[in-house]
Write a protein that binds this ligand. Structure first.
Ligand code: SF4
Ligand code: SF4
Length: 221
């Protein structure tokens, strides 16, 4: 881990599903809108894609006799030892930026064996026309120039936080202690040594629509 490594804290207790983060990502990265279908959910589109690098996932559940809406901004976790980097079959297609810890895909990230990339969180998506594999870049161009990632800048509630890794780890623990006073099941989803995107959930992960897969990672089904 580099001294200057960066991390996100996504505090779902503060998310209101406004999708400003989702729109800001598209705007900054020049990603087009997708034609979607209303399937009776506020979540739109239904999944990540080559042109949707972050997605506010929504689930509507009844727990403890209460109806709850749960929101979670899904994106690349910028893993510390990224399986996608280890498994990539094209030299120079994926690298981990030394300053920020961002895992970045280059223009060379075109694979015939895309299914073997092995992302435990099921994040990268392949453009069917070009073969290019794409995902969140941590807004490296912004961060390297002293700016916040576009999604962080756009979030109006403090649900998406970004900063030095150690600072985010401290904030995550502090927020967990605070949120636990009102949400008994609140927890930090992943080991903070493994990823650079820390998630504070207010409920068990299955209520958000996730399961633990064989690699021990939480993934949407
Ligand atoms: S979450 Fe997936 S795509 Fe992102 S760095 Fe980790 S393995 Fe790679
Ligand atoms: S901008 Fe913030 S509050 Fe709005 S959907 Fe994204 S994470 Fe949630």
């Amino acid at each position: 881990m580099k001294e200057m490594s960066k991390a996100f804290l996504i505090d779902t207790s503060k998310c209101i599903a406004c999708k400003a983060c989702q729109v800001a990502c598209k705007q900054w990265n020049g990603l087009p809108a997708e034609k979607t279908t209303n399937v009776g959910s506020h979540q739109n589109p239904q999944d990540l894609s080559a042109v949707t690098w972050t997605l506010v996932r929504m689930s509507e559940v009844e727990t403890d006799g209460e109806l709850k809406w749960l929101f979670l901004k899904d994106q690349c976790r910028h893993c510390e030892d990224p399986p996608c980097l280890m498994n990539s079959s094209v030299p120079g297609s994926v690298y981990k930026d030394e300053d920020t810890g961002a895992v970045v895909y280059t223009k060379k990230s075109k694979y015939e064996d895309f299914d073997n990339l092995g992302c435990p969180h099921n994040i990268p998506r392949q453009d069917k026309n070009t073969g290019q594999v794409l995902k969140c870049t941590m807004c490296m161009d912004r961060v390297k120039n002293g700016m916040l990632p576009a999604c962080v800048k756009a979030c109006p509630t403090g649900a998406v936080n970004f900063g030095d890794r150690e600072e985010m780890q401290v904030l995550a623990k502090d927020r967990l202690n605070a949120v636990k006073t009102t949400h008994k099941d609140a927890f930090l989803m992943d080991d903070m040594e493994d990823v650079s995107v820390f998630y504070l959930l207010t409920e068990k992960e299955e209520l958000y629509g996730m399961v633990r897969n064989s690699m021990g990672a939480s993934v949407f089904v």
